[in-house]
Write a protein that binds this ligand. Structure first.
Ligand SMILES: Nc1nc2c(ncn2[C@@H]2O[C@H](COP(=O)(O)OP(=O)(O)OP(=O)(O)O)[C@@H](O)[C@H]2O)c(=O)[nH]1
Ligand SMILES: [Mg+2]
Length: 236
C-alpha cells in the first residue's frame, strides 16, 4: 500500500518489468487464462485469431511488478516461436488435460525454447488446464509432472473456469519463484520508470530483444524445478 502511494507521487520509483508469453496449442485456454487473470472473469468464447499484449501491475510480496502478458494465437510456426522466444522472460506453456495432442505440442514448444534460450526452471512453466473436466481427462497428472521434470520446468494443473483463485495463485507462485531466482541488485534494463508504462506493447516492438538483462544476473545459480498443483506441490 505504502509503495502504491509512492508510485502516485513520484516518477523516481522503478518497477520491475517482466514479460510473460502464454503459449500452447489452439483451444488450450490461453485467452481464458489471460482474461481471468486480468479481469477475474471467465468468458466462454474468445476471438480465436487475436494476439494481444496486456500490461498489468501486481504486487508480489511487496515487490511491484509491471507485467506484459502476451496471449499468443494461431499456429506455432517456426517464425512465430522465434519471435516469442526472443521476447519473454517467462514462458507459460499450456496444454489441456483433455487433449493429448496439446500435451505433445506443449512438450515440443518447451524443447524449442530450451534449444534457443538457456533458462532456469523458474522461467519455463507448463500448465495443464481444464482440470474441472476430469471425466474427459486423457493426460494423467503424472504424465505432466514427468514431462516437466525431464524438461526442468515448473508445473501446475488448474481449472480456469472454476474459480479465479486458482489462476491468481498460479501467477503469484510463478512470479514469486521467478523473482527469487532473478533478484535485481541494481536498476537496469529489467526495470522501468513508473512514468513509462504503456498500456500495450505489440510483440514486434520486442523482436530484437534476445537476452533479457534479468537473465544475465542468474547465470550459475543453482536451479530447482518446481511443480505445483494449484497451491500444492505434486510429487514426481
Ligand atoms: N471447462 C473449462 N473450459 C475451459 C478452461 N479454459 C478454457 N476453457 C474453454 O476452452 C475454450 C478455448 O479457450 P481459449 O481461451 O479460447 O483458448 P486459446 O488457447 O486462447 O485458443 P486460441 O486463441 O484459438 O489459440 C473456450 O471455450 C474456453 O471457455 C478450463 O479451465 N475449463
Ligand atoms: Mg486465444
Amino acid at each position: 500500500m505504502k509503495q502504491r502511494r509512492k508510485l502516485g507521487l513520484s516518477t523516481q520509483v522503478n518497477l520491475r518489468n517482466i514479460r510473460i508469453a502464454v503459449m500452447g496449442q489452439d483451444g488450450v485456454g490461453k485467452t481464458a487464462l489471460t482474461v481471468r487473470f486480468l479481469t477475474r472473469r471467465f468468458i466462454g468464447e474468445y476471438d480465436r485469431t487475436l494476439e494481444t499484449t496486456n500490461r498489468h501491475h501486481i504486487d508480489v510480496d511487496g515487490e511491484y511488478v509491471a507485467l506484459d502478458i502476451l496471449d499468443t494465437a494461431g499456429k506455432n510456426s517456426e517464425d512465430k516461436l522465434e519471435n516469442i522466444v526472443g521476447y519473454a522472460d517467462i514462458f507459460l506453456v499450456l496444454y489441456s488435460i483433455t487433449d493429448r495432442a496439446s500435451f505433445h505440442e506443449a512438450g515440443k514448444i518447451v524443447k524449442y525454447i530450451r534449444r534457443h534460450r538457456t533458462l532456469d526452471s523458474s522461467s519455463i512453466i507448463i500448465a495443464g488446464t481444464k482440470r474441472d473436466l476430469e471425466h474427459f481427462r486423457t493426460v494423467r497428472e503424472t504424465d505432466g509432472s514427468r514431462l516437466t521434470y525431464s524438461l526442468n520446468c515448473g508445473f501446475f494443473e488448474i481449472s480456469i473456469s472454476e474459480s479465479f483463485g486458482e489462476t491468481m495463485d498460479m501467477f503469484n507462485e510463478i512470479l514469486r519463484q521467478y523473482l527469487n531466482a532473478h533478484p535485481l541488485h541494481e536498476p537496469s534494463a529489467g526495470m522501468i520508470s513508473a512514468s513509462h508504462s504503456p498500456a500495450t506493447s505489440p510483440i514486434t516492438q520486442h523482436k530484437e530483444i534476445k537476452t533479457p538483462s534479468s537473465w544475465a544476473k542468474v547465470k550459475g545459480l543453482k536451479t530447482m524445478p518446481f511443480r505445483r498443483k494449484s497451491a500444492q506441490a505434486i510429487a514426481c
